[in-house]
Structure formats: structure tokens, C-alpha cells
Design a protein around this ligand. Structure first.
Ligand code: AMP
Ligand code: MG
Length: 493
């Protein structure tokens, strides 16, 4: 028995889920088990890697204590509301208490149809499984709150997408899979009683400090807003584009969830969009803060009946809470980007356009966009300017150099006022060397479809340690060459 389950979600009223077992597959095989995460979950790694463990992770066997279920949720997708989404290709196996005392959900993704599958097959192709495994674990190593990947399994069965391709199952782990869309599920049905049960459940699980307050639901709203502001600013710091920021893909725990057509950008573009279905750039890089705000407004709307007995008063409280998002997000964004160029953030308030340090950041980003410079490499090489007093590596990243020479001069003058050692250390902590670059992910996926997972394992290993030099893996630092560039990413569901 690999897990010690304790299933609090299954104890909630039946309106919260539909009980459903995973559907068996004929010939599963193990691709990778995440040893470190298994240990955190108190699971026996050997047991997970055994044939019995594979049976559980492939959905062929339900282990003792598991109460498999599909969670109900609704959601706004690209701005349009769907009252019924839900786990259409995922099944929650149950919850365990980790060795850190935190309760975790363990879910199979791609394990067969549920009541919420609509026209979908409930399955996942192998490519998206490998992609989510790589990117979610990279995010964890980068320090970003995120769902984790415990295991990847090949099902031995094909799924029909553009053609027949190999299927896979990802075992995902989250502090919970409750989404903004879960609240919308009950709000859309006018079910205030269960909405309150859900809010109390989320408070108990994620924001227990709210219980001490006389206005617990206001504290819940404030806390979710704050975690989302910090989360999205963290994505921005790293050049991460989620790609499908629908309200059903927004976890109330503040973890990054549902890695679909997500990507880290190579050359900097202020509203870079990869997703092949995001024609208007709604979920482009620079829109992520405003979209998070929009999603939080949808969350706040669901809470109105709990915020006050009078609806107008409830709306006023919700608006007041939401209004704080912009300042919070801006402050967090500025702090993180200033750190990227070695500047601490001394001011408490968000400075207006006159803040010269923020001006420096903005000027650099403009030059990067104009000069088609690689986002990750520019910031990483900037610290080398301080360390070796040579501009060469930075200049080589820009199409045109005259303006960046002037920028470097201004930046150097500002840095002269700082403690150089502390600035370099701050930059090293703020600017990764290794990110899961699209062309590397594509390479892994292509090999994976031919049954070769060597590159997958290798990429996973490299991304475990993103902030430190790895001389033997230096090739993974590189931006794609022109013919390696991946212009678009797909949901692949
Ligand atoms: P996502 O694109 O992961 O945010 O999914 C949006 C909705 O579509 C969710 O309700 C999913 O469960 C559902 N869905 C996505 N792919 C499939 C599939 N292959 N089979 C059934 N439902 C799916
Ligand atoms: Mg989703």
C-alpha cells in the first residue's frame, strides 16, 4: 500500500464530486517516479516502482484507503462561462498528510472518462504528460508554488488526437485541486449552503488563520488575492506564460495549476503568446497580471453572499478587496524585476513612473524587445558584467548594440552605489540559468513517442538545480537556434 490516505474531500456533500474509478489500461509501463516527492508524501518509493505501484499509478488497481472521485467545477474559459466543466480526464485518488504536515491531493490525469468528460475520451497523450512533468517540477525547483509531478506512466494504448498517438497518465500532487471554478460551480447553481461548506473547507485547509477573524470570508478573499498576486509576479520574473488562465485553471491555494500550452519565453516580447488557440493574446505574457485580477473578480463574485447579509454591502466589500490587487501586484512585480538587475527594493509604496530604478528595468525591457534578446540569458549575463567587468556576453544577445551600451553605462553608475557582492548574490537568486526551454521539451516529447526517455530523464535532472552552473550541462543554457525555435504550443488534450 504506497499511500496512507485520509480523504477529507470525499467526506464533503455529494454535490462536490462524482465517485468514479479510473479505467484500466492493457499494458502500462513506468517512465519516471519522483523519489524526492514520494518521500515528502511519506510513500515508499520501492513500493511505487514495483508492479503493484505501477498498477495504482496506471489506474489498474485501487489501493486500500483510496476513494477515487472526479471533482465538480465550472469556469470561465477565454471569458465565456461554462457552468459544467469538472474533472473530465482526472481522478482524485485521495489525500495524504506529507512529512511536512501539509495535506496533499493525489490525482491521476489521463485515467479515463468521468461524468464530466462530455465528448472527451478522459485520456491524455504522452506528450502533454511529459511536458507537465518537466515544467511543473522545474517550477518547483525554481521556487514557484505549483502542483507537482509524482509519476509518469505510458499506458501502452493509443489515443486519437490528430492521429493515433501513445497515451500516458500523470500522477499530480497539489495542496488541493480546488479552483476558482469550484466556487463558481455552486454560485452558478445558487447553492449558497454548499458554497459556505466549500469556503469553510478551503479556510480549514489553506487559510486557517481566517478562522480567528470576525470576517473569515473577507480574510479568505484577501488571502487568495494576495497569493495570486505574488504567484503571477513570480511567473513574470521567470518569463513564464501559463497560456490558459481560465478560472477553472486558477487554484485557490495559490499554486500554479494545469500546465497546458504553457511556455517559458526565449526572446523577450512584452505580450508573448505561445498557445495556438489564444488568437487575441488574452493570456499573453504581459496580460497575466490583469487576467489574474479579472479571475479574482469572478472569485469575489461567488463570495458575495458570504461577505455580508446585504448584497450591496457584499459587493462593496468584494470591490474593496479587489482594488488592492493592482498595488500588490505592481509592488511584487517591481520588487522582483529590480532584484533581477541587482537592486534591492527599499520603498514600501509602489513608486510612480519617476522611480529611477524602475525606469532602468523598463528601459532594459524595451531594449530587449527591440533587440530580440533572450530573456533568461540577458539577466543571467548581467551579473557577469559585474563579476568580470566585461559587457561582451550581454551585448552579443542584442540585435543592435548602441542603446544597450548606453543602458549598461547608466546601470553601472547606479550599481556603483551598491554593495557589489550582495548585488551579484541577489541577481543569482533571481535569475535562473536553466529553464525548460520549448525546443528542449519538444525534443524530449519526440524521443518519448519513439519510446526513448533518456532525454526526458536528463532534462528533469538538469532542471532540478536551475540557479547553479552545471558545466557538463552547459548546452541546456542555450537559446534555440533559428531552426529550433518553437513558435506555438498546443493543449494536446
Ligand atoms: P483544461 O484544458 O485542462 O483546462 O480542461 C478544460 C476542461 O476540459 C476540463 O473540464 C477537463 O476535464 C476537460 N477535458 C480536457 N481534456 C479532456 C479529455 N481528453 N477528456 C475529457 N475531458 C477533457
Ligand atoms: Mg483545467
Amino acid at each position: 500500500m504506497p499511500f496512507q490516505f485520509d480523504n477529507s474531500y470525499a467526506r464533503l456533500p455529494s454535490e462536490f464530486y462524482s465517485l468514479v474509478a479510473p479505467t484500466s489500461v492493457t499494458e502500462p509501463s513506468m517512465i519516471r517516479v519522483n523519489r524526492e516527492l514520494a518521500e515528502l508524501l511519506g510513500a515508499d518509493v520501492g513500493a511505487l516502482q514495483s508492479p503493484a505501484g505501477l498498477s495504482v499509478l496506471a489506474g489498474n488497481q485501487i489501493c486500500a484507503g483510496s476513494i477515487p472521485l472526479a471533482m465538480a467545477y465550472a469556469g470561465h474559459q477565454f471569458g465565456g462561462f461554462s457552468p459544467q466543466l469538472g474533472d473530465g480526464r482526472a481522478v482524485l485518488l485521495g489525500e495524504v498528510i506529507g512529512t511536512d504536515g501539509v495535506r496533499y491531493d493525489i490525482q491521476l490525469k489521463g485515467s479515463g472518462p468521468t461524468q464530466f468528460s462530455r465528448r472527451g475520451d478522459g485520456r491524455s497523450a504522452l506528450g502533454p504528460v511529459l511536458r507537465e512533468y518537466i515544467v511543473s517540477e522545474a517550477m518547483a525547483a525554481l521556487g514557484v508554488p505549483t502542483t507537482r509531478a509524482l509519476a509518469a506512466v505510458a499506458t501502452g494504448e493509443d489515443v486519437l488526437r490528430e492521429g493515433m498517438i501513445a497515451g500516458g497518465i500523470l500522477t499530480r500532487v497539489a495542496q488541493s485541486f480546488v479552483r476558482v471554478g469550484t466556487f463558481q460551480w455552486f454560485a452558478a447553481r445558487g447553492d449558497v449552503e454548499n458554497l459556505k461548506v466549500l469556503a469553510d473547507y478551503v479556510i480549514e485547509r489553506h487559510y486557517p488563520e481566517a478562522k480567528e477573524s470576525e470576517t473569515p470570508y473577507r480574510v479568505l478573499l484577501d488571502s487568495v488575492i494576495e497569493r495570486q498576486a505574488v504567484l503571477v509576479a513570480h511567473w513574470m520574473q521567470l518569463g513564464f506564460i501559463h497560456g490558459v488562465m481560465n478560472t477553472d485553471n486558477t487554484a485557490v491555494s495559490g499554486e500554479t495549476i494545469d500546465y497546458g500550452p504553457c511556455a517559458f519565453m526565449d526572446t523577450y516580447e512584452s505580450n508573448k503568446t505561445f498557445s495556438s488557440i489564444d488568437h487575441q493574446g488574452r493570456y499573453g505574457f504581459g496580460n497575466q497580471g490583469p487576467i489574474a485580477h479579472w479571475n479574482l473578480a469572478r472569485f469575489a463574485e461567488t463570495l458575495v453572499p458570504l461577505l455580508a447579509s446585504d448584497a450591496d454591502r457584499g459587493v462593496a466589500i468584494a470591490e474593496e478587496a479587489l482594488d488592492r490587487f493592482v498595488g500588490m501586484y505592481e509592488r511584487e512585480l517591481q520588487r522582483r524585476f529590480k532584484a533581477k538587475i541587482g537592486l534591492g527594493f527599499e520603498a514600501d509604496e509602489v513608486n510612480t513612473a519617476e522611480d529611477p530604478d524602475w525606469e532602468l528595468v523598463r528601459d532594459l525591457l524595451t531594449l530587449m524587445e527591440d533587440g530580440k534578446a533572450d530573456f533568461t540569458l540577458v539577466f543571467r549575463h548581467l551579473s557577469k558584467v559585474l563579476e568580470s567587468n566585461s559587457d561582451e556576453k550581454v551585448l552579443a544577445l542584442f540585435d543592435c548594440t548602441k542603446e544597450i551600451v548606453a543602458w549598461l553605462q547608466a546601470w553601472r553608475a547606479r550599481m556603483a552605489e551598491m554593495d557589489g557582492g550582495a548585488a551579484v548574490a541577489l541577481m543569482h537568486r533571481s535569475n535562473p540559468i536553466f529553464i525548460p526551454r520549448n525546443h528542449r521539451i519538444e525534443e524530449v516529447i519526440e524521443a518519448g513517442y519513439s519510446g526513448d526517455f533518456e532525454l526526458f530523464h536528463q532534462l528533469c535532472e538538469v532542471l532540478q538545480d536551475p540557479f547553479d552552473e552545471q558545466p557538463k550541462n552547459a548546452a541546456y543554457e542555450a537559446a534555440p537556434t533559428d531552426d529550433e525555435i518553437v513558435p506555438a504550443t498546443f493543449c494536446g488534450t
